[in-house]
Ligand binder design. Structure first.
Ligand code: XIL
Length: 437
């Protein structure tokens, strides 16, 4: 079972959950304070190299409650050589934020851009191993300090296919995204794990491809908590912007606007519309703009941000502040308390049997205490295991035992991980039992 961030009021009440719905008492005067009235955050991308600029730091400290490192936590920055990690820039951004009472979004663990050169030259299983090591190392370094990680960035193709983008990451196998989410969850169970992409701001082939992936992940227990919408826009928010956010929310994930910037003469209206859309979707937990002043923007010359080059508030700023102050339903936070197995775990099997062979997928679920490791024992009376994955195995038939591997031993309370095996003969009648180790 995974934590369900969004549920009906009745269901939430039944589980003793806290339901926060607040209406602002009086207008707040900063973006962060205005967003906080409904339980949301308002963030910005921060560049470590600008933390000596007083105008920049003053606006940052006054206005924003969440920070994303603009480049400093990307793969090329954090692992410039294979196995050699450098967190200096990322730590600078994080420490400045945390020291000033802000939270941090981690961006981004795996992305086909800003891969270090050594990783660009890898393919196949060697690359897959390097990818998963990267995810594990970086999330371990920042364990407990990151509000949400963009685990995978921009993995879907533009245009009408609705499919994955070709990259060396994708060529390691279609399951690279779920493997990355599992590795991130194992290393930092407290961080929300997001998939992040652009050109996903309306119902289109690309956003629908991602929607289908998220639905599949939720159905199979792959740990995903949120979807990030970069929202690099020009002049307008698509008319179905809110409806698109809502359909993802209805899958049981949070939605976050992660890199907002909007060019063009209709900018203020468009910023207002995006903010109102987030405020209208209960599961939209916050908005991040991709930089502070127009002169800080990666979209050189387009002036797509909320402050001008001198640090003065633009009309777009007022549109956002007003929309935040107008309020909306607050996000719902739920905590399940009805766990039957404190300190233990359960295992359930799903079996794909055909004439002469089978594949078994086993879900291991932690009780009310996080697991550090697990062992699953089962009896295979009429079959023989030929291979297994995501576990260490002893035995092939009769009594067969599986234990966790490095990356899936840590399972947060109430959450699940999967392993599997295949064999010849019959897999029917499997009744696995789970022990915490
Ligand atoms: C951009 C940064 O803003 C630039 O400084 C850098 O040169 C390139 O990357 N999508 C993302 C962000 O997820 O990481 C990108 O940030 C913008 C597009």
């Amino acid at each position: 079972m995974s934590l369900v961030p969004i549920m009906s009021t009745a269901a939430a009440a039944a589980l003793g959950a806290v339901l926060v719905v607040s209406a602002p008492a009086s207008a707040a005067t900063t973006l962060g304070a205005a967003a906080a009235q409904s339980g949301r955050y308002f963030g910005t991308a921060v560049a470590a190299g600008k933390l000596n600029d007083q105008t920049y730091v003053n606006i940052l400290n006054t206005e924003f409650s969440m920070v994303t490192a603009e480049n400093e936590m990307k793969w090329d920055a954090t692992e410039p050589n294979r196995g050699q990690f450098n967190y200096s820039g990322g730590d600078r951004v994080l420490n400045q934020a945390v020291g000033n009472g802000k939270r941090v979004r981690g961006h981004a663990l795996l992305w086909h851009q800003q891969e270090p050169g050594w990783a660009q030259r890898l393919e196949g299983s060697d690359l897959r191993q390097a990818m998963m090591n990267h995810v594990t190392q970086v999330t371990t370094h920042y364990r407990g300090k990151i509000y949400a990680w963009d685990v995978v960035n921009e993995a879907f193709a533009d245009g009408g296919s609705g499919g994955r983008r070709d990259s060396n990451l994708q060529r390691t196998g279609n399951d690279w995204i779920e493997a990355a989410f599992r590795a991130a969850r194992a290393a930092d169970p407290a961080a929300k794990l997001c998939y992040n992409d652009y050109n996903t701001d309306s119902v289109n082939a690309k956003s629908t491809g991602i929607y289908n992936m998220v639905r599949d992940f939720k159905a199979r227990g792959v740990p995903i908590d949120c979807v990030g919408f970069q929202s690099h826009l020009s002049n307008n928010a698509p008319s179905d912007y809110q409806a698109n956010l809502q359909r993802f929310a209805d899958l049981g994930v949070e939605v976050q606007i992660t890199e907002l910037d909007i060019s063009g003469s209709n900018q203020a209206n468009a910023y207002g519309a995006v903010t109102r859309a987030c405020m209208a979707v209960r599961a939209c937990t916050g908005i991040t703009v991709w930089g502070i002043r127009d002169t800080d923007s990666w979209r050189t010359g387009e002036n797509p941000l909320l402050f001008n080059g001198s640090g003065a508030k633009k009309a777009a700023y007022t549109a956002v502040l007003d929309a935040l102050n107008a309020g909306g339903p607050g996000p719902t936070t739920t905590t399940t308390t009805n766990d039957p197995v404190p300190g233990g775990c359960t295992a359930s099997v799903s079996l794909n049997q055909w004439d002469g062979g089978f594949v078994a997928t086993v879900e291991v679920t932690a009780g009310s205490t996080a697991l550090r490791g697990w062992r699953v024992a089962t009896t295979l009376s009429n079959g023989t295991v030929t291979s297994s994955w995501s576990s260490n195995r002893s035995g092939t038939s009769g009594s067969v035992t599986f234990t966790n591997v490095d990356y899936n031993g840590a399972v947060p309370a109430g959450q699940s991980t999967e392993f599997g095996f295949q064999g010849t003969g019959s897999g029917s009648g499997l009744t696995p039992s789970c022990t915490a180790t």
